[in-house]
Design a binder for this molecule. Sequence first.
Ligand SMILES: CC(C)(COP(=O)(O)OP(=O)(O)OC[C@H]1O[C@@H](n2cnc3c(N)ncnc32)[C@H](O)[C@@H]1OP(=O)(O)O)[C@@H](O)C(=O)NCCC(=O)NCCS
Length: 173
Amino acid sequence: MTLSKKTPKESQVIKTELVLPNDTNTFNNLMGGRLLHLMDICSAICAQRHSGSVVVTASVDNVSFSQPIALGEVVNMKATVTRAFKSSMEVFIEVTAEDAPGGVLKPSNSAYFTFVAVGDDNKPRPVPEVEPETEEEKAQHAGALRRRQLRLVLAGRMKPDEAKELKSIFFDE
Ligand SMILES: CC(C)(COP(=O)(O)OP(=O)(O)OC[C@H]1O[C@@H](n2cnc3c(N)ncnc32)[C@H](O)[C@@H]1OP(=O)(O)O)[C@@H](O)C(=O)NCCC(=O)NCCS
């Protein structure tokens, strides 16, 4: 059965949270682990919407916490699916902190999550392709192939020699 393609907009998730005392470290800033938890849920909902299936987190790439988010600030998250493969999907999530009630926004961090759709038998199941529309979505879609190869090589699931698109960044063919 061929699954119909879906655009990133169809599954995009925007989620907002307020930083409360239980979420913070001893400096009164949001704890990194708590932020990862929120990002994981927001991105997973996006992958679930895209796949119409239950998903599990397979990996998270490159999270760097560039700016702390303080107690009482608002956390804004936007999760967008960039590309789908056979059973896995890459989701890009951007986080900004909002100084409430002032409304000043500062970028906090971003990350790529990979989710795998699983069926009732707990086994990976096929997901629809992503049809990018905007220039930004097209660039994310193209880059997703290289990022997938890099993470699979690092996870020991792909031989470096098989990562053709990734190698093409570094070497002339
Ligand atoms: C992710 C998981 C379902 C993969 O299962 P598997 O039996 O190894 O299945 P496969 O080898 O067929 O891989 C399935 C897909 O996962 C992808 N995948 C597996 N490990 C991955 C990793 N480390 N990073 C990115 N993608 C990964 C594969 O590339 C494949 O994608 P594709 O179908 O789009 O080509 C399995 O490892 C799992 O259940 N992990 C635990 C998930 C979990 O509990 N997450 C919560 C964190 S505690």
